[in-house]
Design a protein around this ligand. Structure first.
Ligand code: ZN
Length: 93
């Protein structure tokens, strides 16, 4: 899937449409020592059964995420594009 490098999109901080720079959003890494992560790992211990956070069905493909940066106020918004695809999103030259 191809996507333009610049889009005119709504900015909630400027409260109107502005030019936005488009970048592919990268997922941050989970902190292994965070309280929530430790609590979740504790819940996964034990003897089977249905456990929250363990997936039984794997979806094909992922929904691609973009980061839009407003050129006026430099704030960032996340945008999820389209439906699930196995292909990665490409920015048009
Ligand atoms: Zn803005």
């Amino acid at each position: 899937m191809k996507y333009p490098k610049e889009v005119n999109a709504y900015c909630p901080h400027c409260n109107k449409h502005q030019k936005h720079k488009v970048r592919i959003a990268s997922k941050g890494r989970a902190r292994s020592m965070a309280a929530g992560t430790r609590a979740h790992e504790r819940s996964l211990e034990g003897h089977g059964g249905k456990r929250a956070g363990e997936k039984t069905v794997k979806k094909q493909g992922k929904r691609q995420k973009l980061m839009l940066e407003c050129e006026q106020c430099k704030k960032k918004q996340e945008r999820v594009v389209g439906s699930r695809t196995t292909k990665k999103i490409e920015l048009k030259a």
